[in-house]
Ligand binder design. Structure first.
Ligand code: SPV
Ligand code: MG
Length: 433
C-alpha cells in the first residue's frame, strides 16, 4: 500500500454524504474503512438497523474502498495505533457536540504517529440522524424487532428496559435521549408488565387480564415503536396453553417472554412473604420451559426463567439449584427477583451463577434495591435491567394531583401548570397535522 487514509463509519443507512466523504478520502490514499461494530455503537447510540455483516457487505462494494476493518470501540485510538494510517478523514461536524472529545483524542494520536487529520465540510441537508427519523416513521418488521434483543445483549454491557403500558410510554422509550459529555443514553426496549397492564385496567395482578386483551394494548405500542419488547408471561399458565402463547408472541415480533416458577393463584411478587407464593416443582417448571422451547418457530425468541425463591423467603442456594436446572431445560436466560432493599441476595446469586454459566443472560428488576447503579449490576454479571413499573407509578400521582386541584378550585386554571400545554400535545404525535 502507498499512503493510507482511515475513515470510521457506521454505514447503517447509505446516503450521498457518506459517498462524498469516501470519494474525498480516495484523493489522499488507499481508503481503510473502520466499520463500527454493534458493540462500539451500542454504548453511544441506538443499535443500527443492519447487523455488522450486512453493513460490511454494503461497504465492501462501494467504489474506492480498499479495506474494511472492525472498529470495536467508540474511540479511534486502538485502530489508529494498530494501522498507523497517514491520514484520518472525518466530517467537520464533530467540532461541536458530543464528539468533541473524540476529535481531540484523534488529533493527539495522529500527531504522535506523524499523521494528519483531514476535516471536510459536513454535507448539509442529508445525514444519518435525519434518515433514522424517517426510518422510525416507516417502522420495523416483527423479525427485525424480535432479533434485536439478542443483538443488544451481545453489544451492550447492560441492556436497559423500561415498562410500557400504552403507546405514549412506548413513544417516550423510543425517542427519549439524554446526552451527557461522552455518550447519549437511551432506553433499549420495553417491558410489558403484568402489574401495570392489570393496574391500568383497574384489575389486580393475578393473571385476570388474558393474553388476548394484553396483546390488544401491546399492539398500540408495536405500532408506534421499533425497539424490542420483553413480555411478562406471569406463570405461563398451563403447559398446553403456554406453547400457544410462545407462538403468538413470536408472531408479533416480541423478543422474549419471562415466566415465573409459581403455581396456584399468582400474586404480585412485591408482596413477598405477605402473600402466599407457592413455587412450582423444579421438574414441573422445567417441563414448561422445555415445551415452550420446542414450540417456538424462530431461533431468536427467548424464554427466560424467573426464579421466585427469594420472593418466597427461600435461600440463594435454592435459587441457584433452580437456575442451573432451568438452564439445562433450555431457558435462554434467568431472571432473579427479590424484594430485599440492599440487593445483597441478588449480588450473591449473580456472582455464583456466573461461575458456572459465564454467558447465560441474567435479568434483574431492581424495584426495591433501586440505589444500585447499572454499572454495579453490570459488575455482578447482570445483562438486562428492567425498570418494571415506573411509567405507571409516575402517571398516577400526576393525574390524581390535577384531578384534586380541579375539585378543590372548581375550575382548571390552578391545574394548568401541571399539565402539558395544548400546543405540545397537538404536536406530540407525528402526523397529527
Ligand atoms: C411486573 O412488572 O408485573 C413484574 C415484576 O412481574 S414485579 O411486579 O416486581 O413482580
Ligand atoms: Mg408480573
Amino acid at each position: 500500500m502507498g499512503k493510507t487514509v482511515y475513515l470510521g463509519m457506521i454505514a447503517d443507512i447509505m446516503h450521498p454524504g457518506l459517498i462524498n466523504i469516501i470519494n474525498e478520502a480516495t484523493h489522499y490514499g488507499d481508503v481503510i474503512i473502520g466499520l463500527f461494530t454493534d458493540k462500539a455503537i451500542a454504548t453511544h447510540k441506538r443499535l443500527p438497523y443492519l447487523t455488522y455483516e450486512q453493513r460490511k457487505k454494503v461497504v465492501e462494494n462501494i467504489k474506492g474502498v480498499s479495506l474494511i476493518v472492525p472498529q470495536d470501540e467508540w474511540s479511534y485510538t486502538h485502530n489508529l495505533r494498530t494501522l498507523k494510517p497517514d491520514y484520518i478523514i472525518h466530517g467537520d461536524d464533530w467540532k461541536t457536540g458530543p464528539e468533541q472529545e473524540l476529535r481531540e483524542e484523534v488529533f493527539k494520536v495522529m500527531e504522535e504517529l506523524g499523521g494528519k487529520v483531514i476535516e471536510i465540510p459536513y454535507t448539509q441537508g442529508i445525514n444519518s440522524s435525519g434518515l433514522i427519523e424517517d426510518m422510525k416513521a416507516i417502522g420495523t418488521t416483527p423479525e427485525v424487532r424480535l432479533k434485536s434483543l439478542r443483538r443488544l445483549i451481545q453489544a451492550k454491557p447492560i441492556v436497559r428496559i423500561l415498562e410500557a403500558h400504552d403507546g405514549l410510554c412506548g413513544l417516550i422509550i423510543e425517542n427519549l435521549e439524554v446526552k451527557n459529555k461522552l455518550k447519549t443514553e437511551v432506553f433499549d426496549g420495553m417491558w410489558s408488565s403484568s402489574l401495570t397492564d392489570s393496574t391500568s385496567k383497574g384489575k389486580p395482578d393475578i393473571e385476570a387480564v388474558d393474553l388476548t386483551t394484553r396483546l390488544q394494548d401491546l399492539n398500540n405500542i408495536l405500532e408506534c415503536t421499533t425497539k424490542p419488547i420483553i413480555f411478562d408471561g406471569d406463570t405461563g399458565g398451563k403447559i398446553e396453553h403456554f406453547v400457544f402463547t410462545v407462538r403468538t408472541l413470536e408472531r408479533h415480533g416480541i423478543s422474549a417472554v419471562i415466566i415465573e416458577d409459581k403455581v396456584g393463584l399468582k400474586k404480585n411478587s412485591l408482596f413477598g412473604t405477605d402473600a402466599i407464593q407457592t413455587q412450582d416443582t423444579i421438574e414441573g417448571f422445567c417441563a414448561k420451559i422445555h415445551a415452550g422451547k420446542a414450540a417456538q418457530v424462530t431461533n431468536d425468541f427467548m424464554i427466560i426463567a424467573r426464579i421466585e425463591s427469594l420472593i418466597a423467603g427461600k435461600t440463594v442456594e435454592d435459587a441457584l439449584e433452580r437456575a442451573y436446572a432451568y438452564v439445562n431445560a433450555g431457558a435462554d436466560g434467568i431472571m432473579i427477583h427479590s424484594k430485599n432493599k440492599s440487593g445483597e441476595d441478588i449480588k450473591e446469586f449473580c456472582l455464583h451463577f456466573r461461575k458456572l454459566h459465564p454467558s447465560v443472560p441474567i435479568v434483574v428488576v431492581p424495584t426495591t434495591y433501586n440505589t444500585i447503579y447499572e454499572k454495579e449490576l453490570c459488575e455482578w454479571g447482570v445483562n438486562i435491567v428492567i425498570y418494571a413499573n415506573h411509567m405507571l407509578r409516575a402517571a398516577y400521582p400526576a393525574m390524581r394531583k390535577v384531578a384534586t386541584l380541579i375539585l378543590e378550585n372548581e375550575r382548571a386554571a390552578e391545574a394548568n401548570e401541571y399539565c402539558m400545554p395544548i400546543k405540545e400535545i397537538l404536536e406530540l404525535i407525528p402526523g397529527t397535522k
